[in-house]
Design a protein around this ligand. Structure first.
Ligand code: SF4
Length: 647
């Protein structure tokens, strides 16, 4: 039976004896490579350390520092030192701050056709540009993959994106993915892999392909990938990695769940309007709008070809005096190549500000636009406030459009732009920056892991008691978000590697007394239960919204209904999620009500009666699988995996 490329790679990585099921069914994958960035990495490595292993079990794991590279105060530099020493101790490659953005660096130095990669960053699919299955995942999943545990996903549908024709004029790879986003919306890729195929594929270089797979994350896709063909071979050869090339292409006549047709010759320069990546219009429709800032870079568009095109456009010209132009190369390799070809000088002469090779303005680390400013960015996200300026309007475009608006100080019609610069092909060989990575020793057992005061090892949580005598310490309304549970903000997120400190902020904006009530119950195996309404825990996937309450001693959350990702996080950290069988019972229970929960009566998917003092029995149900229940009884996933490995 001919197979598409996605099925080929997935089938080659299924854990023993399994087979690919129907879309939606669970599959377990062997993971070859992992990556982390610093913002999520510290917690992933604290979780890995809690598993008690001596070395990572993957073929390759890399720890990148690219998000919080500014070192104002001790916290970020302490994080960087922890990441460097933990990498050396446990066998990871470490990429110091300033070396580049994780996805660009991974593509250039480590991605391999036919392999699997998970990374604690949503744009990990960038590496799909080299024909691998690369997926974004939570920090705990990455920690478990580093420990050799399989990664479980729902079997995706595979969409064939059939490319025909060839890009013309000012249209670029960015416009292909913006076109798809406009067509499918930010929800259009959920549960799907976008596999690019057809005669148009060979017209695109690997960095152009990586721009497309990078922003497939904005479709909500499981991942996106291109075949590993002669273009991939040329790229790897140019990177000095010809030996890493293996052909991985779909079989002739392979079947797909869906097909989308795109004629590349029909595409024109596009822009995603504020504040969503799918609000896509042709650039010509924006002509006349003044632009106060242009920012070129990010893991989406910071390759050698991207920046060389920009340098070619700016050579001998001066940008508009009303527009600020920021340029961040994706890696020191890109920067070195520009320097070798004397392309930095024209950028500087044109008035561009050269930034460090890091995420920078994409994550709001500098480069915020003026108030109510229009910022044109080559990035992948334009959510309100992400730039650091709440009322700024961010448009997402290709580097060519971003360079053009910097020159003109406004959007103009591409019809009047004349001929685009020649597409910069990669040279046959490129300068290496491999010596800048810190590779681990064969045996890291003697390496001391250095932590600052803000990096605190994870505690070991206790098992679920057989009988829980506790009380409701907080009763919330409907639609409680993870932001209500743990607010965001620089002051709080800086404590991400220090669970005792960050836990002081749990429910701080809902009920300032909550933490002190929890603390006053110190000593009890279960200090308290939260009673929630409908859709408890909606919003972001932040693990700390479960870890913090767990640290404070919350052992169960009883709600009318629960958001899916938060429910998974509760299970992972050993908090029992229970649903009121009769939602009207919510009104019979109050803050302070004493409860007795016979945890030994719990069965997967079963109903039990909780004794509520002064109220009577309250029936609750759970929707847990047998494994999930065992995880909670063990005190969380780390305990569960640790115990399994000791058997
Ligand atoms: Fe995330 Fe932006 Fe960094 Fe890419 S460049 S990894 S989108 S913060």
């Amino acid at each position: 039976m001919p197979q598409n490329l996605t099925h080929k790679i997935l089938a080659a990585h299924l854990v023993d004896g399994a087979s690919l099921g129907a879309p939606g069914s669970e599959i377990s994958l062997r993971i070859d490579q992992t990556l982390t960035q610093d913002a999520t990495g510290t917690m992933a490595y604290l979780q890995f350390e809690a598993l008690g292993l001596d070395r990572v079990q993957t073929e390759l794991s890399v720890s990148y520092v690219d998000h919080n590279t500014l070192q104002m105060g001790f916290r970020n530099p302490d994080d960087h030192r922890y990441l460097r020493t933990v990498a050396k101790r446990y066998g990871l490659v470490y990429s110091p701050p300033g070396t580049g953005i994780c996805h660009q660096l991974h593509l250039e130095n480590f991605a391999k056709p036919g392999k699997t990669l998970i990374g604690s960053d949503s744009h990990t699919p960038t590496a799909g540009g080299l024909g691998m299955i690369a997926m974004g995942a939570g920090g705990l999943s990455v920690a478990l993959a580093m420990a050799g545990e399989p990664y479980r996903i729902a079997m995706p549908k595979v969409v064939r994106v059939n490319l025909t024709g060839k890009l013309t004029g000012w249209a670029t790879g960015k416009d292909i993915i913006l076109h798809l986003l406009g067509m499918l919306t930010v929800k259009g890729g959920v549960g799907k892999v976008f596999e690019y195929a057809g005669p148009g594929v060979k017209t695109l270089t690997v960095p152009e392909r990586a721009t497309i797979t990078n922003m497939g994350a904005e479709l909500g896709a499981t991942t996106s990938l291109f075949p590993a063909d002669e273009r991939a071979r040329d790229f790897l050869t140019s990177m000095g990695r010809a030996d890493d090339y293996e052909e991985w292409v779909a079989d002739e006549g392979a079947e797909y769940d869906e097909t989308i047709e795109i004629d590349l010759s029909k595409l024109e320069p596009l822009a995603a309007q504020p504040h969503m990546p799918d609000r896509v219009v042709p650039v010509r429709e924006l002509a006349g709008m003044a632009v106060s800032q242009s920012a070129i870079g990010s893991c989406t568009n910071s390759s050698y070809a991207d920046l060389k095109s920009v340098a070619q456009m700016l050579t001998g010209k001066r940008i508009s005096e009303t527009t600020d132009l920021l340029v961040s190369p994706g890696s020191k390799q890109v920067m070195k190549m520009l320097a070798h070809e004397n392309l930095i000088e024209p950028l500087l002469d044109a008035g561009a500000r050269m930034l460090e090779a890091s995420c920078g303005p994409c994550i709001g680390m500098g480069g915020s636009p003026i108030s109510e400013g229009v910022s044109v960015r080559t990035f992948n996200r334009n959510f309100e406030g992400r730039s650091g300026t709440q009322d700024a309007k961010v448009y997402l475009t290709s580097p060519l459009v971003a360079a053009r608006v910097a020159l003109d100080g406004a959007f103009t019609d591409p019809a009047g732009w004349g001929e685009p610069p020649a597409f910069p092909e990669l040279p046959a060989t490129t300068p290496s920056i491999r010596h800048l990575f810190i590779f681990p020793p064969e045996d890291g057992s003697g390496v001391e892991v250095l932590r600052g005061p803000n990096i605190v090892p994870l505690e070991t949580f206790s098992e679920l008691p057989e009988t829980i005598g506790t009380r409701i310490l907080l009763k919330t309304g409907d639609d409680i978000t993870t932001d209500h549970i743990l607010p965001a903000g620089a002051q709080i997120t800086a404590l991400r590697s220090n669970i005792p400190a960050i836990s002081e902020y749990i429910f701080s904006r809902v009920d300032a007394e909550f933490v002190s009530r929890m603390k006053s119950a110190e000593g009890a195996p279960c200090r308290g239960v939260i009673l929630g309404g409908e859709n408890y825990g909606q919003g972001s996937s932040r693990e700390h919204a479960a870890l913090g309450p767990r640290h404070l001693g919350v052992c169960a959350v009883i709600t009318k209904s629960l958001a899916r990702i938060h429910r998974a996080n509760l299970v992972n950290f050993g908090i029992l999620p229970l649903l009121l069988k009769n939602p009207a019972d919510y009104d019979r229970l109050s803050q302070g009500t004493e409860l007795t929960i016979a945890a030994t009566d719990l069965t997967p998917g079963g109903t039990i009666a909780i004794e509520a003092k002064g109220v009577g029995p309250i029936e609750v149900i759970n929707d847990l699988t047998a494994t999930e229940l065992a995880i909670i009884q063990a005190g969380g996933l780390l305990n569960y995996v640790r115990a399994k490995r000791e058997q």
